[in-house]
Design a protein around this ligand. Structure first.
Ligand code: NAI
Ligand code: MG
Length: 350
């Protein structure tokens, strides 16, 4: 009875927050009957500088053998000219997400008690965004006719398949059916993006029939950004495409207290390949190596991972410990180190 995890700490604060996430993972599983096997992979910008490798096929094949992946963050400092722009994102991160068919990009957004939102009247924020992860405008389906003149034409054509849309919409409804409010909001822009938008809309109508207990509505993406600011408590499950989801989840992270708390899962619900769990933030070169990073997002990513692996009790324990720890922050001026925060969360699990 062992769970077999691939760990990719990555660059910058990645290794620092992953150390704390692993601490929590070991603690919460050792209390039960689970053994955890961890296999570390060195990947990212630093690794590219040392070896010229992004994600070799043999490494990918080996990663595919594990039950799940715990990921920190990758990427160099923005001004680092030694690394070609975007190479790590495209040839490593996107390659992982696409080759492992991570079609559900799951991002929970919760305003924990004790955390200040930049909104003056945030209400109770507790929703999840189910962002499509393998299609949309992010598939590289385009090109540019580089005439060197003002006649250059560049296209970036969004791909939406009935298969791809249906599986993520069904996942959103299933998740909604397990939540208290049981409500799905489709976000798109079908008045202008009529072809893709109508496929999404028709798919939601069709799948909704299978979930009579789940209600649903629709918002154009521009209106959705307004409601995320004025009335975020109206949302329960948002389902949307790759690009809209990317943008909305950054906004969702901002209104729920920031980047140090936002966790995510890149999930393959068919379990043909391992799913990957990571904080939403990047490698934060500005604070790397100083024990200044907040490991909470990485630790909440462990909760998502445990839940995906069927260890829902352990997942809940981690989430509850994090919630308690966050609530206690009100009395602190939080200049604790990364590992002190990890230790505090472990102490609450004990
Ligand atoms: P970033 O998320 O690394 O940092 C943005 C700001 O938030 C910085 O001021 C940073 O210090 C702060 N921050 C981030 N995580 C924090 C934490 N856990 N605790 C406290 N403060 C935190 O985004 P940025 O600066 O745009 O990107 C830096 C590098 O990370 C780039 O190379 C970028 O490509 C990469 N990146 C990688 C991602 C991934 O691995 N999935 C996601 C986003 C960016
Ligand atoms: Mg983003």
């Amino acid at each position: 009875n062992e769970i077999d995890i691939a760990v990719i700490p990555g660059d910058g604060i990645g290794p620092e927050v992953v150390t704390e996430a692993v601490k929590v993972l070991k603690f919460v599983t050792n209390g039960g009957k689970q053994d955890v096997k961890l296999t570390y992979y060195k990947l990212g910008a630093e690794h590219w500088l040392e070896t010229g490798e992004t994600l070799p096929d043999e490494t990918l094949a080996s990663i595919k053998q594990h039950d799940a992946i715990l990921f920190g963050a990758v990427g160099a400092a923005p001004g680092d000219t030694r690394i070609p722009s975007g190479i790590i994102e495209r040839e490593m991160l996107l390659k992982l997400r696409f080759s492992l068919d991570h079609y559900v990009n799951l991002r929970p957004s919760k305003l924990y008690p004790g955390i200040e939102s930049p909104l003056s009247n945030p209400g109770a924020i507790d929703f999840i965004v189910v962002r499509e992860g393998t299609e949309g405008p992010y598939v590289g389906n385009g090109g540019s006719v580089r005439t060197g003149t003002s006649h250059e034409i560049a296209t970036e054509v969004s791909v939406n398949t009935a298969y791809g849309v249906e599986r993520v919409v069904r996942d959103a409804f299933r998740r909604a059916s397990e939540r208290e409010r049981k409500h799905v909001t489709l976000v798109h822009k079908h008045n202008v993006l009529v072809h893709a938008g109508h496929l999404w809309k028709r798919t939601v109508e069709a799948v909704a029939v299978e979930f009579p207990e789940v209600t649903h509505d629709y918002l154009h993406v521009d209106a959705a950004t307004i409601f995320l600011t004025t009335d975020p408590s109206r949302f329960d499950v948002i389902v949307t495409d790759n690009l809209f989801g990317d943008i909305l989840t950054d906004q969702a992270g901002a209104i729920t207290g920031g980047i140090g708390l936002a966790a995510s899962g890149n999930i393959n619900m068919d379990r043909t390949y391992p799913s990957m769990f990571e904080p939403v933030h990047g490698s934060a070169p500005d604070i790397a190596g100083q024990q200044k990073a907040d490991p909470t997002a990485a630790i909440l990513s462990v909760a998502l991972m445990l839940d995906h692996l069927g260890l829902s009790e352990e997942a809940r324990s981690v989430e509850q410990a994090v919630e308690k720890e966050i609530t206690s922050r009100q009395e602190l001026t939080d200049n604790r180190t990364t590992s002190e925060i990890g230790d505090a969360i472990v102490a609450l699990l004990a």
